[in-house]
Design a protein around this ligand. Structure first.
Ligand SMILES: O=P(O)(O)OC[C@H]1O[C@H](OP(=O)(O)OP(=O)(O)O)[C@H](O)[C@@H]1O
Ligand code: HPA
Ligand SMILES: [Mg+2]
Length: 183
């Protein structure tokens, strides 16, 4: 599908490309201050966090290494199953290291609360979370998140890494889909 058609499937744009980049620059400045002189490991959660990670790491004035986990709780639908499975674990031993989990979205919170607890059990120096998006009204569990880009309404969103049935991740903005896409 070309960009024009992908854009035509949007009902509304919630956050523009420019707003995303300005926010990630702000977050990167705070993160750089927090981890100055520390052994930081960035951990991205596949697949949704790919865009956030790519732009955040380039905004960070440091050489922090990156590792990835793949988990799945949504499958191809629009509701979290609540069951988290590790599809790919870290390559890195995080014992004694400062871990920053980089995510695209906290929706029910089930995925991130599970991942955070899982990583904390591996004896790191610290585990914090940076997420581009959060849906406060959708929270089923409380997740302690240090850095949030945008709080958004409780609507299913796509773009900038976020998918519907694995599509739309390449959209440069974040938006909601038109009803015809679901039918
Ligand atoms: O707060 P929650 O309700 O748990 O939802 C958030 C999670 O859901 C999405 O991942 P998904 O399982 O869709 O995998 P994906 O990143 O490969 O799309 C998203 O990237 C988060 O990891
Ligand atoms: O709103 C969403 N959109 C896409 N993927 C998601 N995973 C959790 N919430 C969402
Ligand atoms: Mg998904």
């Amino acid at each position: 599908m070309d960009a024009a058609h992908m854009g035509a499937d949007l009902e509304k744009v919630l956050i523009t490309e420019e707003e995303i980049h300005a926010k990630l620059d702000e977050l990167a400045a705070m993160i750089a201050r927090e981890y100055d002189g520390k052994d930081l490991l960035l951990v991205g959660v596949l697949k949704g966090a790919v865009m956030v990670m790519a732009d955040l790491m380039r905004a960070l004035p440091m050489t922090a290494p990156v590792d990835w986990m793949a988990v799945s709780s949504y499958g191809s639908g629009t509701k979290s199953s609540g069951v988290v499975r590790i599809l790919k674990d870290l390559d890195t031993d995080i014992t004694g290291r400062h871990v920053l989990i980089v995510e695209d979205i906290i929706d029910s919170g089930l995925t991130l609360s599970w991942i955070k607890a899982n990583l904390e059990s591996r004896n790191p120096a610290s585990v914090e979370i940076c997420t581009l998006l959060r849906k406060p009204e959708a929270a089923k569990v409380d997740v302690d998140v240090k850095w949030v880009g945008f709080d958004i309404p409780n609507e299913f969103v796509v773009g900038y890494g976020l998918d519907f049935a694995d599509a739309y991740r390449g959209l440069r903005c974040v938006g909601t889909l038109a009803p015809h896409v679901y039918s």
